[in-house]
Design a protein around this ligand. Sequence first.
Ligand code: CMC
Length: 426
Amino acid sequence: MSGKKATLTIGDKSLDLPVHSGTMGPDVIDVKDVLSNGYFTYDPGFMATSACESKITFIDGDKGILLHGGYPIEQLAEKSDYLETCYLLLNGELPNAAQKEDFVSRVMNHTMVHEQLQFFYRGFRRDAHPMAVMCGVVGALSAFYHDNLDINDPEHRRIAAIRLIAKMPTMAAMSYKYSAGQPFMYPRNDLGYAENFLHMMFATPCADYKVNPIVARAMDRIFVLHADHEQNASTSTVRLTGSTGANPYACIAAGIAALWGPSHGGANEAVLKMLDEIGDVSKLDDFIKRVKDKNDSTKLMGFGHRVYKNFDPRAKVMKQTCDEVLTALGIHDPQLELAMKLEEIALNDEYFVSRKLYPNVDFYSGIILKAIGIPTSMFTVIFALGRTPGWIAHWLEMHSAPYKISRPRQLYTGPVQRDFVPMDKR
Ligand code: CMC
């Protein structure tokens, strides 16, 4: 508590509301007392609502700052790796050498999924979208780990966290293999996390896949850049679902469903589709006209963010990684040029400047993923894989202290009470 108070005046009544200060960021007005005074607060889309207290991630959207456990994302992307970042999100501190070794070995020892899970995949049409498959199979894990899982036991929660981080790459690669009609590849625990994922994606029983270290490093960095983003739509979904006491695997499946939408994680797939649709630089002006037309629903995908109103620090690292990967692999991708030209036009156009619309993390990620050989339909699955430690860290944080079921209220504008009208009188 900051000792400050906010005064809310409603008619001739005054309410003193406590103001809380975090370690960083704006102060927060505690509005709980408005309820006992006969009011609800109203904030559709949660534009200004803090739904919880959290120590995991801090974002300053105006300054383009993203910190995990206080560490800037740029430093984590350059100097850390994904499993270390996972440890940081779950534990609040970077691991020492022994802690890291133990964590990595625990994760790598849980990479296999129950053999029976294969049958869930086989129940889907072969052309099912991999995100649809992921919603199903991750939710299905709850059937494998339900009766013996006590969410009130911290050790059980930790095991669920490790299992999810460990099994997501296996399940993600299986969803690709199923759609490609290729046999599932078992995980290889002698490989690094990103390397193992690439192996399960691209190796076959008849041909080994030599993982290019540049590609593995880029994949790992993509995972780091997606690892957490505080109370975004999918993480809030995981917290809301978790607040009912639901099984953690079911909570993560709910997060995956929320992530899929094109306004959220589905944007990475939508960016590539948009670049395909534009085709070449000569069509850019027409496309920008459509984006700015109020009667046209076209959006510049990969642009804009609810929180970042200056730049998305993840996008900066992603663009740099994109350059590095394409140069190292000797790939000349005309879509990268198209994306850069699109960015240049948008950054100088009054429409985007006045609305503070800048490239977000999804703008360049698709171009790297394409260069690595990941099919477009898998882009959002990669986001889900990367975001899993964030979801689970928030689920763990919520369960490590007393919490209430999330239950928003509403401003009701429907009919007032009336009597039922029989069919012959309607
Ligand atoms: N293209 C064109 N206009 C846009 C865009 C866009 N991408 N984004 C926002 N606007 C306009 C919007 O029409 C509105 O204009 P006006 O004031 O004239 O009505 C204004 O900018 C404010 O937009 P908003 O919809 O109120 O902003 P929001 O904070 O509710 O939405 C957003 C944020 C990310 C949903 C939105 O910017 C968007 O749909 N972007 C494209 C999808 C995308 O790239 N999503 C990935 C987000 S980053 C990955 C993640 O963390 O999920």
